[in-house]
Structure formats: structure tokens, C-alpha cells
Ligand binder design. Sequence first.
Ligand SMILES: *[C@@H]1O[C@H](CO)[C@@H](O)[C@H](O)[C@H]1NC(C)=O
Ligand SMILES: *[C@@H]1O[C@H](CO)[C@@H](O)[C@H](O)[C@H]1NC(C)=O
Ligand SMILES: *[C@@H]1O[C@H](CO)[C@@H](O)[C@H](O)[C@H]1NC(C)=O
Ligand SMILES: *[C@@H]1O[C@H](CO)[C@@H](O)[C@H](O)[C@H]1NC(C)=O
Ligand SMILES: *[C@@H]1O[C@H](CO)[C@@H](O)[C@H](O)[C@H]1NC(C)=O
Length: 581
Amino acid sequence: MCRFFTIWMCTSLLHLILCIVCAFGLYETAPPHIIVFMADDLGWNDVGFHGSNQIPTPNIDALGYNGIILNRHYVLPSSTPSRIAFFTGLYPIRLGMRMQGEGIRGGEPRGLPLNIKILPEYLRGLGYTTKLIGKWHMGYHTPQYTPLHRGFDTFLGFYNSHISYYDYRYSNKNMSGYDMHRGDDPAHGFNREYATDLFTDEAIRIIENHEVPRPLYLQLSHLAVHGPLEQPIDEYNDRETIQIREPNRRKYAKMVSKLDKSVGAIVHALGEKGMLRDSLILFLTDNGAPSIGRCGNYGSNYPLRGTKYTLHEGGVRGVAALWSSRLQKAARVSNELVHITDWLPTLYSAAGGDLKDLGEIDGIDQWRVLSEGYGRGREKLLLNINEVSKTEGAIYSRFKLLRGENGFYDGYYGDSGRTLETPPYTEVVLNSTVSQSITYHLGGPVTQPSTMLQLRRDGTVQCDTNLTYSDKRLLTSCNVTECLFDIVNDPCETKNVAEVYVRIAKDLDRYLEYYGHILERQMITRVDWFADPRMRNDTWEPWINSGAVIYVSNAADMLGNLIYYIHISIIFVSILLNNYI
Ligand SMILES: *[C@@H]1O[C@H](CO)[C@@H](O)[C@H](O)[C@H]1NC(C)=O
Ligand SMILES: *[C@@H]1O[C@H](CO)[C@@H](O)[C@H](O)[C@H]1NC(C)=O
Ligand SMILES: *[C@@H]1O[C@H](CO)[C@@H](O)[C@H](O)[C@H]1NC(C)=O
Ligand SMILES: *[C@@H]1O[C@H](CO)[C@@H](O)[C@H](O)[C@H]1NC(C)=O
Ligand SMILES: *[C@@H]1O[C@H](CO)[C@@H](O)[C@H](O)[C@H]1NC(C)=O
């Protein structure tokens, strides 16, 4: 309604009411442009606003300091489940296809079920242009599972969990191939550009060519900072990162720093195009850093316990910040409990959509709570139930119940990075492209150093613990008895208080039991050798033509060739169906 609001309306009596409503901002103007940066495997301690001086992230920090630092933002413990939750607003346990379990491996015939509508499809309904750059990882065995068939107008990126940064290849077992696509087709002709730059340049092009009155949904799901550890070769040696002794950690730091520059460049482009004032920018990671072990990237979740793949805080308490000039109360740290499923309703609501359109979902609309800084958000959330690895967890207020961590990655890893202190932190943030763009294009002052430092203190997790961070013998293990942690007073999960708060532990038990009944059990799926890129010009591509869903049961697992017959019969059945419908 206020979309066409101009000051002359206020001179006409007829428009007086509209004028008052618009002038007082009681009614939002046009839907905002929504820009989502989804980082991959970024550690809790690897942005400046959580207290580390090791890696310069002045642009991401500036978004947080001028917007909201979301300090209790929970995600799923690995990529596929987290992305599914983000896009659907649903807990992955509901969806089948092993969505609560391991990430989809290259050549595995499964993906987010086709009957589930996702965020870009909903936003399209509100008139948005929808763009995805970077990682997909929600299935691609048939063309129907890929981004252009799930609500995105354009796509430049990769289908699998990760690729190499310079030659865009992914390997699984004895299969290896190129994985960079534009739309439905393989994309060639790049001159070995570092992936983070490739994606950033694409985003800038999209912004420059955007037809402004139309709202834009742009999601940049960066490859950074997933392994393999490949640093940008052009990166100069920042004073900070050069002080990092561990060579792999130093590489990782340069990758993070590049990611931060991407945020700066895109905010700059939004400013130049005149879109910044009407933008809402969300920065988040899909899960915590896998500091060590499988696909370890040397990220740090300090001082939190655990890594990616665990339900400890290091795995599921994910870095996140929200910026928009439309936030009524900005420059603050929010301790509101937010779950990654909340973004679908929250963004939809911020875009002016009617929540009823979304049906029954697990996410809740947090727009008003976040924007205005009061009211009630959520009190409870399900972290996940993985009935195969036998781990599960849930949060109620300040308590978290955990069961069945296997003890592999549940210790403390990663640098604290608290010691270095040059050059002056706040000056670097004020000098960042994001701060400069906000000042220049929005005209107002940005958050000043004293406030920044206060927010930084508020955003830093303090643990009143004396654990040496390698001494695992002192850890409370949750694989034999269940654990209840008071994650507000003991964010590092050192003391099991299940016997102190018996009633709360029971409550959370029942809550988990309830979801245990809803859960769709995981079937065994196996890699389909028909997916081999060698059959498709060395490229990972959909390898099944029909829109079929393939489940391979235990029995079928023993008969590898059965997959072939399933293909044939599904194609046959779908031909039949096509003829009759
Ligand atoms: C890859 O390995 C699997 C089993 O180990 C085998 O069945 C398949 O034929 C191999 N594929 C190629 C292309 O070598
Ligand atoms: C439980 O975790 C501890 C380490 O935290 C490990 O030593 C032990 O083997 C685990 N037990 C089971 C049954 O997984
Ligand atoms: C910030 O920018 C000013 C002006 O460009 C420059 O003089 C100063 O050295 C910069 N400070 C830092 C810490 O980069
Ligand atoms: C940490 O441990 C050391 C020695 O083990 C002890 O002297 C110190 O008081 C402890 N600090 C705290 C905060 O418990
Ligand atoms: C096969 O891939 C190469 C790059 O590896 C590309 O140049 C060529 O055009 C592709 N061929 C077809 C038929 O797509």
C-alpha cells in the first residue's frame, strides 16, 4: 500500500489517512530485498563479534553491530539437514529420505521430497525474483530436484556437499567429476576463478542488473569455508592471519577473510544500486566448524564444546546476524532462542506474506520479536533425532537435553584467538566496506566504538571453567546416561544437571518421545553407479529421467543390480501414469 507513497499524497485530503499511516511507518513499504549469506562450516569463534582477534571479519561484524547479533541461533549439525530446515521451516525428521541423517553423497538417489514447497517458491508468490548462487546439497538425482525446479529463477553453483575451490570438482569413492552448473546445464568457461570470488561476482552482476521495483531474493550459499583447505592465491598477508602459527589454520583464516570481503562487496553493490535501504540481510552458517576429523577445516568453535556432526553447542549453535534498516531496535545482541526453521516464516512475514500460506510448520515467525526486541519468541526446540546414530537433543529455555553422543568429536577444539590486539579492532570495523556503505547510503551514523565493544562483550561466550581444552577425560559423556546442561549458565556443557532438575529432564524426555513418534525412519540408501560422471562428460548431473523417488531397502542392498530394475520399472510406471492422467 505504501509502495507508491510519496510526499504529495499528504497534500490531498483523500490520502490523509494513508499519509499518516505511511508516515508513521505503521505499514511497511514495499517488500524488502532479502539477501542471505549462508556460510558453510564456519566456526563460532571465527567472526570478530564473538571475541576472537585471530581472523579479521570487519564486514560481517559491521552487519552484526549495526543490526542484531543472534547469540542463541540453533541449526542442525550438518549441511543437508540444516539447509532442509532453512528452506522448509520443518524439522528434517518429518521428511523421510534420511533428511535427519547424513548429508547426501554424490550419486545417492535421494533429495528433499518433491511435495514440499520451499522458501523461494513462497516468495515468488509475493512477487520476488529468486536467485541461488553456490551450494545446493538437497538432491539432484532427477532434474525435478534441482534449484530451477524448486522455486529459483536462476542458479549458478554446485549440487554436492562441496567442490574444490579452483577447479570445481567433487569426488565420492571411485567417482569424480566437475560440479558447476548454470541453470540446468553444466557451466564451463571459467578461468579457474577462486570459488568465493566467482560467486561474489555473480551476485554483484545480479544486483547490478536487477530491475529495482521488483523485490529480490538472493541467496549466496558459499562454498567457503568448507574443506578442502584451499586459500585464495591473491590474498595478501593480513597482519592478523600471518600471526597464526598452524599453517592449516592460517589457510582457513584466509578463506574466512575472503568470505568477509564477499559480504563487503555485495553490500557495496546494493548501496550503489540504491537497494541497500530496502534490504534485509541475513548472515548465517549451516553448522559449526568440523575443527578436526572428517573434512576437518581447522575452524574454531571455542569455547563451545563439540564440532559439526554433534549436538553439542559447537555443532549446533551457529553464527548468525541480521541487518536491515527496517529493524526497529538494532545494534544489539539478541539472546532470543531462534531456530533455523524460523527463517521461512520470519522472512515471509518480513516480506508481507500471510503466515497461513505456510501451513503447519515447525518454524515460528520471529520478525516482530527480533525487529522490536520484545515479545515472546520460542521457548523450546528440537535439535534433532538421529535414530541411526542414536543421538538426540532438545532445548527448553536454558536447558538442553542430550542423549547418545559417541565421544568422537565432543571435546574442546580450536583456538581462542583472544590475545592479539593490533590494529585497533573498532577502527577496522568502522573502515569496513559495510560500515562505509551504511554511512554513505543511509546517511546515518553507524554504531560507534564504545557500543561495538559492549556488543562484542555481550556476544562473547564466557565459560567459568578450568578445563584444559584437550583433557577429554574430564568430560561428561552423554552416551551412557542422558545429559541435561544449563546452557545459559554453563554454555560449555561441563556439568550434567539431570539429577538436579529432574522435572525438566522428564519434560524434555517426553518432548523427544513425541517427536520420536513423528520421525520417518531412515532407510539405507546407496550410491548409484549410474550416477558416474564418466557417463556424462565428466560432470555430476541428474542421472534419472523420471520424477521418481528411489528407496533401496536392506534386502535390495544385497542385490546391487536391483537398482537398475527399479529405474526401468519407475520409468515404465511413469510412462503409464502419464498416459492415464
Ligand atoms: C566403483 O566401485 C563400485 C564398487 O566398489 C563398482 O561396482 C563400480 O563399477 C565402480 N565404478 C567404476 C566406474 O569403476
Ligand atoms: C562414550 O564416550 C566416551 C568418550 O567420551 C568413549 O570413550 C566411550 O567409548 C563411549 N561409549 C560408547 C558406548 O559409545
Ligand atoms: C582507516 O581508514 C583511514 C582512512 O582511510 C586510515 O587512515 C586508517 O589507517 C584506517 N585504519 C585502519 C585500522 O585500517
Ligand atoms: C584452575 O586450576 C588451577 C590449578 O589446577 C587453580 O589454581 C585455579 O584456582 C583454578 N581456577 C579456577 C577458576 O577454578
Ligand atoms: C564436455 O566438457 C568440456 C569441458 O570439460 C566442454 O568444453 C564441452 O563443451 C563438453 N561437451 C559437451 C557435449 O557438453
